[in-house]
Ligand binder design. Structure first.
Ligand SMILES: C[S@@+](CC[C@H](N)C(=O)[O-])C[C@H]1O[C@@H](n2cnc3c(N)ncnc32)[C@H](O)[C@@H]1O
Length: 168
């Protein structure tokens, strides 16, 4: 009986997020490394936010390159797993939160997103409003999705690098 309840909780935790964003599919390590070195050369001046941080693999790769990193994750099981896997990284923090209702930290320089296509336009609007609120440009790394109506600064593998400017 206890197994049933554990399974039910796991299925629920992983299942219901699809109503709020992409299901859990991790980015691949070697592509993350290329993206954070060749597409957007990440460094110690950067604060990277992963919107939907999964098991935290992107956060850890970014931390290895010297950046501060924050992940927002809706699935509490993945929050626990990513905090455990990232426990030796001081510059990684994972917050249990819905990124649609959370403002980016003021220090954010770059946002990483592995979205479902359905959410791309909503994310464009969110990034535009955050760049305007912070009154400075923000970089955006999109994995697997082209942003309609926008020209990427650069592309590499399945990634596109975009820049959002404040609207006045
Ligand atoms: C495709 S996975 C990407 C994981 C990680 N960014 C990576 O690239 O390895 C998307 C993640 O976003 C989380 N997620 C979906 N909707 C969310 C929301 N509204 N707020 C926070 N996390 C969300 C899912 O639970 C899942 O772990």
């Amino acid at each position: 009986m206890i197994i049933f309840w554990i399974l039910a909780i796991v299925v629920l935790a992983f299942g219901w997020v699809v109503f709020r964003g992409a299901p859990y599919v991790p980015s691949q390590n070697r592509y993350i490394k290329r993206a954070l070195t060749q597409l957007y050369p990440l460094g110690s001046k950067d604060v990277l936010v992963d919107v939907g941080s999964g098991d935290g693999v992107v956060l850890r790769r970014a931390a290895q390159l010297g950046a501060q990193t924050i992940g927002y994750e809706l699935n509490p099981i993945l929050v626990l797993i990513s905090r455990f896997l990232s426990r030796t990284y001081n510059s990684v923090s994972v917050v249990l939160a819905d990124f649609w209702t959370t403002s980016l930290p003021d220090e954010t320089t770059v946002v990483y997103a592995f979205l479902v296509t359905r959410d791309v336009k909503k994310m464009i609007a969110k990034m535009q409003s955050e760049a305007t609120r912070l009154n400075r440009p923000l970089y955006f790394i999109s994995y697997g999705n082209v942003l309609p109506g926008m020209t990427p600064k650069k592309t590499l593998d399945a990634y596109g690098l975009y820049r959002f400017y404040p609207l006045h």
